[in-house]
Structures are given as C-alpha cells and as structure tokens.
Design a protein around this ligand. Structure first.
Ligand SMILES: NC(=O)c1ccc[n+]([C@@H]2O[C@H](COP(=O)([O-])OP(=O)(O)OC[C@H]3O[C@@H](n4cnc5c(N)ncnc54)[C@H](O)[C@@H]3O)[C@@H](O)[C@H]2O)c1
Ligand SMILES: [Zn+2]
Length: 360
C-alpha cells in the first residue's frame, strides 16, 4: 500500500493512502491489531454514508465490532459527549485489547482520540479521516481533545494512533464549503515549506477542485509528509511545530470574534492574507507570490476579506488566545517563501495594517 511513516520519540506509525476501504483489513493486520474488538466512533453524517462500508471491510479482521454515533458538529465536541463514549465503552466491556477507530472529520478524530487516550489510561486507536482538513492536518500529529466552556481544544492530550488510513474517495461526498476550507490548510503548506508545492496546486487546481483522486492523493500525501516531518522534530510543540500555525494568530481571533460562523479554514485564509501583507511590507515575499496566494484562495472560494468586524476587536481578541505567553503575540512570518519563522517581534502598526487589509 502507498504509505509514509510518522516518527515520534516513542512511536513510529504509518499513514496509508488509498481510494477505497479495501486495504483497511491489511492495515489492521500489518499493525498487529488482528482479532481484537473494535469500537468505531463516527458522527451522524459520516456514519450514515460510510459506517457500514467500514464495518464490512473490517468484519473478518476483528472478533466483534461496535459502532457509536454522535451528533455531527463542533457543538458536540465537549466532555458530555466524551462521557457518553465512556458509558458506551463500559456497557460494551471495552477492554485494553479493544481498538478505537475514529471515522470522520477533525471533531470525531479529536474526540475519539481523547477518549482512547484516557479510557483505562490509554487503549489503541486508529484514524480514518474523512474531511480534507482531517486528512491533511488533524489526523496527523497526535493532538486530541475537546472544547470546554468557550475555549477550543483546551482539554486534551498528545496521543498517537496506531495508523492513519486515508481514503481520498470519501472526499467525494464532502460539502463544497468544507472541502474548500480544507484547501486553506493545504495551501498553507506552500509558504511554510516550498514554492514547488504551491506551483503544483496552481497547475492542478482544476483537477483538485473536481476532486480527481490522483491530484488529491498527491497533495494530501505531500501535506502529510510535511506535517509528519515537523511533528517528528517537535512532537510536543517546543518550537518548530508552531510553523503549522501560519495564518492562525489572526485567523483564530477572527474565528472567535465571528462566533464561529466562518469555518476554521476560511479564517485561516483571512489570516494568511494578513500575514502576507506583513511579509510584503517587510520585503520577504514579493508581489507575485502574494498575488498567487490570493488567486489560489479565491479559486477555492475562500474569503480574502470580511467587513463585519473591526480591527480593534480582532486585535484585543488575539491577546486572549491560549497560546499567548507573557501577553506577547506570536506570529509565524516568512523569511522568504518556504522559510517560516516564529517571532514576537511584530509591531502594532504592522499588525494594524495587516488587519486593515483583511477587515474592510
Ligand atoms: N488535532 C489537531 O491537530 C487538529 C488540527 C486542526 C483542526 N482540528 C480540529 O478539527 C475540527 C474540525 O475538523 P473538520 O473540519 O473535519 O470538522 P468536522 O469533523 O465537524 O467535519 C465537518 C463536517 O463534514 C461532515 N463530514 C465529514 N466527512 C464527510 C464526508 N466524507 N462526506 C460528507 N460529510 C462529511 C461532518 O459530519 C461535519 O458536518 C475542529 O474541532 C478543530 O479543532 C484538530
Ligand atoms: Zn488550522
């Protein structure tokens, strides 16, 4: 099977790339999980489309299979849902030999992973991501968790899966807006890694938008390779991993100020646009590179600016982010295209001119 490996301090695990679920059983076998019990956790949308297919693909490989479905959406991403999972685990005698499978987007992966990390102090867990965002970002790297009160992902753990199985064909049923939001994270990997990757997306944007499986597999695999490389050098966010937050300092603040009415990827698009504005003023990216980014975001129907919130509101919101230390904002900027660095040395004027560029 087409695969790459993620290496962390104490674990090495594969990410498989496929266009169907036929290889799932083999993945289970290869990773020594044969004959155990399986508990599939999925959301209400994904379960109705893919639940049976995945169950069928795995029934010969597990002793028994249980499926738990929760209501789709970020609103479910809380401790009450986790508590429902635990109850289901207890009722069905889930033990240390059981494997938990997350079948769904980032919400499902983060929650199933958190439940697996904590139940019986940790049971084995596999990821079967079905959104573009989950396939290029959330299923790789081992961050799992839930929201609490109004804070996103504030409760969680680092917990790596046994493997990740990416079936790109599942993206066929993903609503367009969700797909495009995932593309914002895909596009993000260009400026932080290499212009060559951006060029590939530009040259193949039509096939990608039409969800051609080969084009999709190429970009998803590349994103996973980049994320895997970053995570293997910095599993627990000591520094390097921050580069994955390119566009996120401003993006997160907009996301919160907009009361989550915009999708995360849409806010990342706005945040990247703002950061490019700063880099352009610093002459570390040129007009062409900026234009190319904007055209790409536009092609995938991502917003370049919004008018409903004010720069002041976003500016103050940024200081409330859980990543802020010593009341200092941290930004990922570009030394040049493909060379990111993290810094707290961005002055208020620069931030405001970036905010003014996207909030109008
Ligand atoms: N752990 C990490 O490192 C990390 C990184 C980025 C984001 N996240 C988290 O990921 C979450 C967002 O993930 P998401 O964008 O995948 O959201 P999601 O899981 O809510 O999925 C988006 C929507 O698409 C539906 N869906 C999923 N797959 C589908 C398919 N194949 N066909 C049809 N519909 C489908 C879902 O039911 C849902 O309605 C957030 O909670 C965020 O905090 C985590
Ligand atoms: Zn993101």
């Amino acid at each position: 099977m087409n695969s790459i490996y993620v290496e962390t301090n104490d674990k090495r695990y594969p990410i498989y790339f496929a266009h169907d679920f036929d290889g799932l059983g083999k993945a289970v076998e290869e990773n020594g999980l044969l004959g155990r019990k399986l508990c599939i956790i999925s959301d209400s949308n994904v379960s109705s489309i893919y639940g049976e297919k995945v169950k069928k693909a795995l029934e010969d490989y597990f002793e028994s299979i249980f499926v738990y479905t929760f209501n789709a959406g970020e609103k479910s991403k809380n401790l009450n849902t986790i508590s429902d999972f635990y109850e289901f685990f207890l009722e069905n005698h889930i033990d240390r030999k059981t494997v938990v499978a997350a079948l769904g987007g980032g919400v499902c992966g983060d929650m199933a992973g958190f439940a697996a990390a904590t139940y019986l102090r940790g049971i084995k867990f596999i990821q079967i991501p079905t959104t573009l965002l989950a396939q290029v970002d959330s299923s790789v790297g081992g961050k799992v968790g839930v929201d609490f009160k109004n804070s996103k992902n504030i409760i969680g753990a680092f917990y790596q899966p046994e493997f990740v199985y990416i079936n790109t064909q599942t993206l066929d049923t993903l609503p367009e807006r969700e797909f495009n939001a995932g593309m914002a994270e895909v596009i993000k990997y260009g400026p932080i890694y290499s212009h060559e990757f951006t060029e590939y997306i530009v040259n193949n944007k039509k096939s990608v938008a039409q969800r051609d499986k080969h084009a999709l597999e190429h970009i998803i695999k590349k994103c996973c390779e980049i994320k895997a490389e970053v995570v293997s050098k910095d599993e627990k966010e000591g520094g390097l991993r921050e580069i994955l937050n390119f566009g996120h300092t401003i993006g997160h603040a907009i996301e919160t100020k907009m009361d989550f009415s915009l999708l995360h990827g849409e806010c990342v698009a706005l945040g990247m646009n703002a950061v490019f504005e700063i880099c352009l003023k610093r002459n570390t990216v040129n007009e062409n590179e900026y234009k190319e980014l904007k055209e790409l975001l536009e092609y995938f129907k991502l917003p370049l600016n919004i008018s409903s919130i004010m720069p002041d509101e976003v500016y103050s919101q940024m200081f409330l982010d859980k990543k802020v230390k010593n009341n200092q904002l941290s930004f990922v900027l570009l030394e040049k295209y493909g060379k990111p660095f993290s810094t707290t040395q961005v002055n208020k004027d620069e931030i405001y001119s970036a905010l003014n560029a996207v909030l109008r």
